[in-house]
Design a protein around this ligand. Structure first.
Ligand code: SAM
Length: 291
């Protein structure tokens, strides 16, 4: 047994910038193990992350208990590790994030998304939800009477979207893909929703342009996402650790240049979306119309 001086540190084991292990994060004891065993386990996980040894810290059998792994995944990795992937494979990353019995961001639609669409479009209008995850927004909009197409790189997310649609007895078209222009041909929609779709900065303008390409005349982009204030103020309610993946309002204005901005507003909100997005959050909301 190592003496106290040799014990691995409990937190912040040389983590790279952007990774945070909140001191208050609860790590439930795994059955039959005491707190000290768990301290070591968390240290192992943090050290593995700092070495970039993702194979180790994602493998519970290598000494990282499931509880610590889940908590790490939900509090510090999130979209953060996605930015490091070479090549960039959001589907694979998000398959793992969504591989759980419940819904990471809950089953209820984002309130801003629903209100923004309902205030502008009649039921029966077409909505494309890009990066729809496990389908909370697509299914919520379908329940409100819209004809929804859910585009998502993760096969697991799409399967859960179909499951949620079946639960509420609504139709949602599900398409697997990363870039709308790769899979949607000439199709146009009355609204394109982007809820918390944070991608590496090199990809963001292209993704946003592709979304605009699929707007019908008069159609709207409806976007909500985190601003850099989410990290600057140390919020723990979700989002990538990499600030470059967050949205400055002015960056969105540039990305959606040529559209009429109906709303572009930074807000502090209280998120209650599953355990993926929960608590006080620094967000930006955008509604922009194709003229
Ligand atoms: C934080 S989740 C949000 C999911 C969903 N929009 C919601 O609000 O519940 C981010 C989602 O964006 C998707 N995504 C990431 N990169 C993408 C890309 N380049 N194109 C489309 N979707 C992407 C992920 O697969 C993931 O489902």
């Amino acid at each position: 047994m190592p003496g106290p001086a040799q014990r691995r540190p409990r937190q912040r084991v040389g983590l790279p910038p952007g990774y945070r292990i909140p001191g208050s994060t609860p790590f439930p004891d795994p059955p039959g193990r005491g707190g000290s065993a768990l301290e070591g386990t968390l240290g192992d996980a943090a050290a593995a992350i700092s070495r970039g040894d993702r194979a180790l810290w994602r493998r519970p059998s290598a000494g990282i208990c499931q509880a610590a792994r889940r908590s790490l995944m939900s509090t510090i990795s999130d979209e953060d590790t996605m930015a490091e992937q070479r090549p960039f494979e959001p589907g694979r990353f998000w398959d793992e994030m969504f591989d759980r019995p419940d819904y990471r961001y809950g089953e209820s639609a984002n309130p801003f998304v629903i209100e923004a669409v309902e205030a502008r479009l009649e039921p029966g209008a077409t909505v494309l939800c890009v990066g729809d995850g496990e389908g909370r927004n697509g299914v919520g909009l379908a329940r409100a009477g819209y004809r929804v197409t859910s585009l998502e790189p993760s096969a697991v997310g799409l399967a859960k979207t179909r499951q949620l649609a079946a639960k509420y007895q609504v139709e949602v078209e599900t398409i697997q893909g990363v870039m709308p222009s790769d899979v949607l041909g000439e199709r146009e929609f009355d609204a394109v929703v982007l809820a918390y779709v944070h991608v590496p900065p090199a990809m963001r303008p292209e993704l946003h342009r592709a979304c605009v390409q699929h707007l019908a005349p008069g159609g709207r982009i409806v976007l909500e996402g985190f601003t850099p204030r989410q990290r600057e103020l140390g919020r723990t309610s979700g989002g990538p650790g990499d600030v470059a993946m967050l949205f400055e309002p002015e960056t969105l204005r540039e990305d959606f240049e040529g559209l009429t901005i109906e709303l572009l507003q930074e807000e502090q909100v209280e998120l209650a979306a599953g355990d993926g997005h929960r608590g006080v959050a620094e967000v930006v909301r955008l509604i922009a119309r194709r003229v």
